[in-house]
Design a protein around this ligand. Sequence first.
Ligand SMILES: [Zn+2]
Length: 264
Amino acid sequence: MGDQRWFKIRVYVSAFCLAMVATVILATTYKAFFEPQIVATPAVEVLEPAPAAAQDPVDHGFIYTADQGSSAYRPPERVALADPSNYGERYTVDAYGNPLTQDYIAVLHETVWSANSAINTFQTYHPRDEDQASYHAIIDRDGTVIYIVPPEKRAFGAGNSVFEGPNGPETAVTNTQFASSVNNFAYHISLVTPSDGQNNAPTHSGYTDVQYKSLAWLMAQTTIPEGRIVTHAVVDRSNSRQDPRSFNWPHFLEYLQQYPSRQA
Ligand SMILES: [Zn+2]
């Protein structure tokens, strides 16, 4: 009788211990597998505008930061990286083995559709060369700078294109299957099109004041001189690009020249 009671107690204790162990295992499993999904990480990292003293959230690569401290304006910034199929490495030699030594130019575009539409396109895997496209950065209607392709990489922003520099035409053939292009030495920036100008509508009310401000800020961070900032329309040789339509150069230059490094 005593033995049986002792046996029962041992069974109860064992069952209790097993239940505790099971609870701990379940709780750990739940924590490991379910909690991270409850606190979902957004697909696109949203970065708060950083105060000047904070570490720069974006690796600007070739972009220098000389003017950052002297400017009161700092646009909101976020990163929405393109799928790697939509950009590549910058070449040091062309398709014929000639060294490529061009300085950077900045090429201005407009998205034609919304920022999200452009980002969706760039984040889509494109196995076919002819479908691959990207800009380095987009400037949204509210002035937010959205980084798409790291500046040290080659974005696919222009097809057949030439920059008429002071020392003659600048372009590069990096693939004999395609026309020569400025992509290898270009930093492509695209302004989000106003809603009335989407899909190349005949109307186009232009860009917002903060878009010009953010574009000037972004350009002031770079080593690209004013004379090497051009529009896609100017470098295009396919006779099919007019962007960015309604671009107001005096408005942009007024903001750009407020930066000490850009003053004549
Ligand atoms: Zn363009």
